[in-house]
Design a protein around this ligand. Structure first.
Ligand SMILES: Cc1cc2nc3c(=O)[nH]c(=O)nc-3n(C[C@H](O)[C@H](O)[C@H](O)COP(=O)(O)OP(=O)(O)OC[C@H]3O[C@@H](n4cnc5c(N)ncnc54)[C@H](O)[C@@H]3O)c2cc1C
Length: 465
């Protein structure tokens, strides 16, 4: 009997799950590797089993889709077609010399001190995205969390980050976060969105193509109204206040050019600020493999193949566009990988419906992207003494100095001259802020490892790896 080809899928969010199920259903052995303790990714993040949540559904949208993915995964696992490795943090994927297979190197468990390598014939990267948070005075105070972080506490830990929250920044994620916090019992003092209604109207034709998405947005807006949450469009948080922890924020009105309107600011008392300015794709593993990026996302073809043979990518890693897009891309990627691994050319007619929804959802995502850009003047408002890189405690003044006094012209040189981005998170938090403050383009980080690795794990790798 010939052995079934083996696909390693990194990421068990909507994209990775859809890909794993599509490939497993077509005769491929799949190892699904994810850092989280349970499948679901960001959108379908589940509470820990030990919490005994009675109605986890209450915190979710599109629960039926989740049930279908979860039940499909259970069935394929029982049939031995998918192995799901939870709590496995992948730090590098490489093509192994010799047989041309891939090595997916992970650290196992919460301590992340034990190395594990999965060997596979092909790899599918479905690592999702992460939040962009731009700096402002007070953003490092306890009580200031990312919008997605607040949601993760609620969905994953069933806890509220505080009693009185302001949700601020820009992007569609702010709506479910504010609605979720309010429904769970927090007082949401304000939802502060820097984009204005005019920007939405300008993109109305493209947005109208996805009535389901618009209805979802309207649903959140209705829930916010019901909870008495004030929405301040074309406003921004310019400062967070407090000594030991957050006690209030200053919210300012913006003019049409994104500048603060003089005399139009107010102080809002709160113990939590959930803030986010959109999302960026996770590309570290793809970069190490040598995949070409398109802007900040992994570039893929119509089959979701990267330009490195044997490597597919799907979901937010290839461009931020929501769970529906991630599902469509994952499905296509899984089917393509299955066919190619069996030595046949895939028939795109088999995934025509997914391809149509991918096209529509990418158009919708591009329109949203244009609406929810950070306001143009944000970088000028950051005073020199604001810490921008919190790992290395580098201020905005030091970052600006690397360009103005020392002549840096790209993010890498700014990092070398100021240490901004040299710490534990390797610039994941501060790179967009540093790029905005210095005017340097936001380029890929070129990190050989996707996360810190103990020396003992590196030393234990076989020589050929
Ligand atoms: C914090 C956050 C909150 C969000 N909330 C909402 C929301 O409320 N509503 C909405 O419509 N959209 C939301 N989104 C967007 C939505 O999550 C995505 O559109 C959708 O989940 C994308 O699916 P995906 O499979 O591409 O990625 P994800 O769902 O992000 O899944 C990626 C998976 O990859 C795993 N992973 C990443 N890197 C590694 C690694 N190195 N090793 C091992 N595993 C790894 C992660 O643990 C994760 O499970 C949110 C996104 C984020 C980042």
């Amino acid at each position: 009997m010939t052995e079934r080809p083996h696909l390693a899928v990194v990421g068990a969010g909507p994209a990775g799950l859809a890909a794993a199920l599509a490939a497993a259903a077509r005769g491929v052995r799949v190892t699904l590797v994810d850092a989280a303790g349970q499948a679901g990714g960001q959108f379908y993040r589940q509470p820990a089993a030990a919490l005994g949540a009675r109605r986890p559904k209450a915190l979710h949208h599109q629960w039926r889709t989740w049930e279908r993915l979860r039940d499909g995964l259970d069935r394929q696992r029982s049939a031995g077609r998918i192995e799901h490795l939870t709590d496995h943090h992948v730090w590098c994927v490489e093509r192994l010399t010799g047989d041309g297979t891939f090595g997916v190197h992970a650290l196992r468990g919460p301590a992340q001190e034990e190395g594990v390598t999965v060997r596979a014939d092909a790899v599918l990267l479905a690592t999702g995205g992460y939040e962009r948070v731009l700096p402002f005075p007070g953003w490092t105070l306890p009580g200031v969390v990312t919008a997605g972080g607040a949601q993760a506490m609620l969905k994953g830990g069933l806890v509220l980050p505080g009693r009185t929250a302001v949700v601020a920044g820009t992007g569609p994620l702010l709506l479910p976060v504010a609605a979720g916090l309010a429904a769970a019992g927090a007082r949401v003092a304000a939802l502060v969105e820097s984009a204005g209604p005019a920007a939405l109207l300008r993109r109305a034709p493209a947005l109208a193509g996805q009535p389901g998405k618009l209805a979802e947005g309207a649903g959140y807006a209705t829930r916010l109204l019901r909870h008495g949450v004030r929405t301040l469009a074309r406003h921004t948080v310019v400062a967070a206040h407090g000594t030991e922890r957050l006690t209030a924020v200053t919210v300012a009105a913006l003019d049409g050019a994104g500048r603060v309107r003089p005399g139009a600011s107010r102080r809002v008392r709160c113990d939590t600020l959930a803030v986010g300015h959109g999302m960026l794709p996770h590309t570290d593993l793809a970069e190490t493999l040598g995949c070409t990026l398109s802007g900040t996302a992994v570039r893929v073809d119509a089959e979701q193949r990267t330009d490195v043979p044997g490597v597919w990518a799907a979901g937010e890693a290839t461009g931020v566009g929501g769970a529906g897009l991630a599902l469509a891309e994952g499905h296509i990627a899984g089917r393509s990988a299955a066919a190619r691994l069996r030595g046949t050319a895939p028939d795109p007619r088999g995934w025509a419906a997914a391809a149509r929804s991918r096209t529509r959802l990418r158009e919708f995502a591009a329109a949203l992207d244009a609406v929810y850009a950070p306001p143009p003047g944000w970088a000028e408002r950051v005073p020199d003494d604001t810490v921008v890189c919190r790992c290395e405690e580098v201020t905005a003044g030091e970052v600006r100095g690397a360009v103005d006094r020392l002549g840096a012209a790209d993010l890498r040189t700014v990092k070398l001259l100021s240490r901004a981005g040299m710490g534990w998170c390797q610039g994941r938090m501060c790179a967009p802020g540093v790029a905005g403050l210095t005017g340097c383009p936001l380029t890929a980080g070129r990190r050989p490892f996707a996360r810190p690795v103990p020396l003992g794990v590196l030393a234990a790798l076989p020589e050929s790896d």
